[in-house]
Ligand binder design. Structure first.
Ligand SMILES: NC(=O)CC[C@H](N)C(=O)O
Length: 451
């Protein structure tokens, strides 16, 4: 009888073998039951299948469906051609898709079950490899509407299993082709569960992903150990370079609030790595938005006499961008301010508080947060490695939200200075919409300030 399919639960090579609890497995011993083996395909072929998909309950409408065979997915018998070398000395053999080459970055795990395209295009992931804990990725492909920014800024993608076929009514391209075109490296057939446990135990780790055979494991390890992400300004690499106006609202098909407020508020949004759906949510709530670069002078913002200032999400260490903190200092108290994630961290610093690096951060669409003002628990979308230390904040600044997984600070407010901030992502994308009313609170703050 053939052996059951089996995957490595330990890195294929470890410089610290005492940590391995299971015998090493040979990746080439992975077996696939015959029924799962895909038909032989020429690379990149689109298979036309007569699929009938119901459009909605009670509707008989059907779609012509094309199932894409991902050109970059090697068949299951592909042998490992990539290595992920982590700074703790563990080495993970994997199969590559997307771009080839070598790339260094910080590995973080994301627990979202859906929305990999929004995650790939969230600029806050610049400098990081995103490891998805959901084991099956790629089945819905990608589409032009789910882009959260103009490009993928992340270092790469690490997944357990890559869908061989892609089938979704919105899909225009398979994931592997999309990543290859954007020069983003990705690996699959790697034990993401074991790496996640390692990250949870030891904290985020720097890693080098390589498809280059010429480099030795030790050379890659040296690169991983020398590379630094703390103290580096990453927002200047993802921000826009000139101001622009944004007016697009959330598409009516996806809208879930009654947004005919009849009032318009002019908001200046600092782009530290802003996501499109933050801008769409602000627009849906009645904001006319001028997006400005991360180094836009506070004086220029004040001259524009906006109703409010928005501070966006963004990648990297918030204490590595003192110029942005200075800008925020010059604005607060004069105009209502709303900060999200990096924006929240900059606001915390501008108020006199300190930020610190968390062990492995929060990345996913299932983080419970206690909204201390409403008394409700919000299930939130999160993506951050740093946090504000509430003990360092001055009197008058209120902690409004607490992450229920680790009791870290998840939101701030100061009524005197007319500011609110969240450490997480109320626009979700991807994620649940529980925290969407935060945009309404910003509107109320601006309305009250108008008098
Ligand atoms: N999503 C974000 O804005 C991330 C903020 C910051 N880069 C962090 O990792 O904490």
């Amino acid at each position: 009888m053939a052996a059951a399919p089996h995957y490595c639960a330990v890195p294929t090579k470890s410089l610290n073998p005492s940590r391995c609890s299971l015998p090493r497995q040979n990746p080439s011993s992975i077996l696939f039951p015959k029924t799962l083996a895909p038909p032989p395909l020429s690379s990149g072929a689109a298979i036309t299948r007569p699929l009938k998909i119901k459009a909605a309950a009670g509707s008989n409408q059907s779609f012509n469906s094309t199932i894409y065979a991902d050109a970059s997915v090697e068949r299951p018998w592909k042998t490992s051609d990539a290595r992920l070398v982590l700074e703790d000395g563990s080495i993970w053999r994997a199969k590559s898709f997307g771009a080839s080459g070598a790339q260094v970055g910080e590995v973080v795990f994301n627990t979202s079950l859906t929305g990999y395209q929004e995650i790939l295009t969230d600029p806050s992931y610049a400098g990081q490899f995103v490891l998805m804990t959901n084991p099956h990725i790629g089945n819905t492909g990608v589409n032009p509407d789910d882009e959260e920014s103009k490009q993928c800024f992340l270092a790469g993608l690490v997944i357990r299993s890559l869908s061989i076929c892609t089938s979704n009514w919105r899909c225009t391209e398979p994931l592997g082709d999309y990543l290859a075109k954007r020069n983003i490296m990705a690996i699959y057939d790697v034990d993401t569960r074991a790496i996640t446990r390692r990250l949870r135990e030891h904290g985020s780790l720097i890693g080098v992903l390589s498809t280059e055979k010429s480099q030795t494991d030790d050379e890659l390890l040296e690169v991983a150990r020398k590379w630094k992400i703390v103290g580096v300004d990453l927002i200047s690499g993802v921000s826009c370079t000139a101001p622009y106006v944004w007016s697009e609202e959330t598409d009516t098909n996806w809208e879930f609030i009654d947004r005919k407020l009849g009032e318009t508020f002019h908001v200046v949004a600092y782009d530290f790595g802003i996501k499109h759906n933050i801008l769409r949510r602000l627009a849906s709530y009645g904001c006319k938005i001028t997006v400005v670069p991360s180094n836009w002078p506070a004086l220029e913002t004040l001259k524009m006499k906006p109703d409010g200032v928005f501070l966006s999400n963004g990648p990297g260490d918030p204490s590595a961008v003192p110029y942005a903190v200075e800008t925020v200092k010059e604005i607060i108290g004069k105009i209502p301010v709303f900060g999200i994630c990096m924006g929240h961290q900059l606001l915390g610093q501008a108020l006199g508080g300190k930020t610190f690096k968390m062990k492995f951060g929060h990345h996913g669409g299932n983080h419970p947060v206690s909204n201390l003002r409403s008394g409700r628990v919000e299930i939130s979308a999160q993506n951050h490695n740093y946090a504000v230390d509430p003990a360092t904040l001055p009197p008058g600044v209120e902690v409004t939200h607490v992450n229920l997984n680790d009791h870290s600070c998840a939101g701030l407010a100061c009524s005197e200075l007319k500011l609110i901030s969240l450490q997480y992502h109320p626009e979700s994308s991807p994620g649940p919409h529980d925290s969407d009313p935060a945009f309404g609170e910003f509107i109320q703050l601006m309305r009250a300030s108008r008098g």
